[in-house]
Design a protein around this ligand. Structure first.
Ligand code: NAP
Length: 311
């Protein structure tokens, strides 16, 4: 099968196409022929082999990627049979290996793809959709009537977070630059704040939850906006180390978060997708041969919604 391996640290030009044998299945796994895979900032961070993903530094071959949608071609499980269309977040945190034509996937990380959604839409929703869901619901405990501020609400995680928070009945404010204002409001956000201005400093100081997808200075700018006993959830690994300490000093809760592959949460995501509660915005689809282009887009830091690779 064709796969993309990372030979050494560096830029997108270190991603090398190669032929590998089909993965061997363990009990409880299925072989999935990938139809679409999602590209995420963590793929780029792993390329530099920094942070939490240093755990992959001795993997050889190192195949990047964690989210996919595709078709089961072999099964060592009773859960799925050949021909089933499935999607999910594979082995996160761990070695997902989805930059390949075929991927060995634990069935506990997969769910059936809704028949009314494409492989592109399903792949797009796995990592970023699950991150938004787990952070808002499990960590933030977001409830109807509460107020949430979502940073980078036009990005992969943020645009799902807006949709989930609205579905839960929250009041939603989101940040992006001015060019994405209409996109954000179109997702259902109640208010847009341009992070390039002093709109944050002028905003009301009564949020129950802030989802920080940026880190650093965004943590400092967010803390004064949160109610006493409110929650600041920060997800960008490496840029959020001080969140707990800074938040505690200000009488709020500061939490770091890492998404986890999870069957039950994926069932909720599949249901949201099927019902149209989650509508992934795919701004770019590139071919498997053009992975460098997908990485360059994510590296810009200004992707709207998701970038998907077609196989
Ligand atoms: N901990 C976890 O489990 C976990 C899971 C998923 C993602 N993450 C991390 O979360 C971060 C976000 O991921 P993502 O996939 O959502 O990224 P993304 O899609 O690349 O985010 C792009 C968006 O960010 C906006 N943006 C850029 N700078 C901004 C700023 N200073 N303030 C507000 N918005 C800004 C851009 O809008 P404009 O073009 O309008 O500026 C753009 O739409 C990454 O660091 C990623 O690694 C962590």
């Amino acid at each position: 099968m064709r796969a993309i391996v990372l030979k050494k640290n560096g830029n997108a030009n270190q991603l090398k196409y190669t032929e590998l044998p089909l993965p061997q299945l363990k009990e409880g796994e299925v072989l999935v022929q990938a139809k679409a895979i999602g590209i995420n900032p963590i793929d780029l961070k792993t390329k530099n082999r920094k942070g939490i993903y240093s755990i992959l530094q001795n993997e050889n071959p190192l195949i990047l990627g964690w989210e996919l949608s595709g078709v089961v071609t072999q099964s060592r499980s009773e859960k799925f049979v050949e021909g089933d269309e499935v999607f999910g977040l594979i082995n996160f945190p761990g070695h997902g290996k989805t930059y390949a034509e075929y991927v060995a996937c634990p069935t506990a990380h997969l769910v059936k793809k809704p028949s009314n959604r494409s492989h592109f839409e399903a792949a797009a929703t796995s990592l970023a959709g699950l991150t938004a869901y787990q952070s808002l619901v499990h960590l933030g405990g977001l409830k109807s009537g509460q107020k949430i501020l979502i940073h980078a609400a036009s990005g992969g995680v943020g645009h799902f977070a807006v949709q989930i928070a609205k579905h839960l009945g929250a009041y939603v404010a989101g940040t992006s630059s001015e060019k994405n204002r209409e996109f954000l409001l179109g997702l259902g956000a109640d208010k847009h704040l341009d992070y390039k201005t002093d709109a944050l400093e002028k905003d009301h100081k009564d949020y129950d939850v802030v989802l920080d997808t940026i880190g650093g200075n965004t943590i400092d700018r967010s803390i004064p906006l949160i109610k006493k006993e409110g929650v600041l959830i920060s997800i960008p690994s490496g840029k959020n180390n001080a969140v707990t300490e800074k938040a505690t000093k200000n009488g709020i809760k500061g939490l770091k978060f890492t998404v986890k592959s999870d069957e039950n949460d994926m069932k909720v995501i599949a249901d949201y997708l099927q019902q149209g509660i989650l509508k992934p915005h795919i701004s770019k689809i590139v071919e498997f041969d053009a992975m460098e282009e997908a990485h360059t887009q994510i590296a810009s830091g200004h992707t709207v919604g998701k970038v998907i690779v077609r196989l």
